[in-house]
Design a protein around this ligand. Structure first.
Ligand code: B12
Length: 220
């Protein structure tokens, strides 16, 4: 196990996890390394769950602890990102029926670190709200986070509706989360898929760079 923080998260040592995160932030450490150690902890909790060493209760406790750690980190992210410095707007959502949100939070945090403005619609979200928010915010990206197989059809139907409403043209649609793969991406009609948040961030950075170049040349 790579660090104290990872080990304490896996062992659900709430006080030790939160005081170490606080201490390291106060000492001026970059949040990204701290997030990575917490992420490793969650992956190990997931393995313990798979091996039946941990059960639903431990999963929920680890999820809550992870979120508390992220809340401590949040104020240290992107404080100097002014409106004009925002790289792009991204809506993130987990659709109706699915309440998993740990991966989405990690992805949101990493995107904020890179200067993107995040509109996190939350979990278990009604499709109508996703459509309304796309209309209202006009984001550069829409990202679905999915951990349950039953979300595939609702995501597909949202993308179909966006297309019919003429809202799909300048919108890059991503999908991520442990149960997704390229087949899911193709099935729902998204543009990009990954189960690695850093890869997702790279994708957004590259795409936004291309958009800026096209705009500068007088394109759409
Ligand atoms: C933690 C967990 C829970 C927690 C969730 C806590 C929370 N606040 O999120 C709790 C205990 C609540 C839970 C409940 C349930 N769970 Co659950 N859960 C998990 C578990 C163990 C880990 C998921 C996780 O957080 N992984 C860690 C994160 C960091 O990984 P990640 O989500 O993949 O995210 C990474 C990337 O994918 C990426 N990413 C994520 N989103 C996005 C989005 C975009 C756009 C991009 C680019 C990238 C990106 O960034 C992250 C970092 O790299 C998985 C098993 C597994 N191995 O995945 C089962 C799992 C997802 N759960 C499962 C099930 C069945 C359930 C329940 C139905 C159990 C039950 N009997 O009640 C309920 C469902 C409740 C509901 N309606 O949603 C199944 C789903 C099976 C399926 N195929 O549908 C799984 C796969 C377990 C299993 N093997 O059976 N669960």
């Amino acid at each position: 196990m790579s660090s104290h923080l990872t080990k304490n998260l896996v062992e659900l040592e709430r006080d030790k996890v939160l005081s170490e995160v606080k201490e390291r932030l106060i000492q001026g450490e970059e949040p990204i390394g701290i997030i990575e150690e917490c992420k490793q902890g969650m992956a190990l909790v997931g393995e313990k769950y798979k091996n039946q060493e941990y059960f639903l209760a431990e999963l929920m406790l680890s999820g809550d602890l992870f979120k508390e750690a992220m809340e401590l980190i949040d104020p240290y992210l992107g404080e100097n990102t002014t409106e004009s410095a925002i790289k792009g707007k991204i809506i993130l959502v987990t659709v109706q029926g699915d309440i998993h949100d740990l991966g989405k939070s990690i992805f949101a945090t990493l995107l904020k670190l890179e200067g993107f403005k995040i509109y996190d619609l939350g979990v278990d979200v009604n499709p109508d709200i996703v459509i309304e928010k796309v209309k209202e915010i006009k984001p550069d990206f829409l990202g679905f986070s999915a951990l349950l197989t039953m979300t595939f059809d609702p995501m597909k139907s949202i993308i179909d509706r966006l297309e019919k409403a003429g809202l799909r043209d300048n919108l890059e649609i991503m999908v991520g989360g442990g149960i997704t793969n390229m087949l899911v991406k193709d099935y729902i009609g998204a543009d990009f898929q990954t189960v690695d948040a850093m890869e997702g961030v790279q994708y957004c950075l590259e795409l936004i760079k291309t958009k800026v170049i096209i705009k500068a040349r007088g394109g759409a």
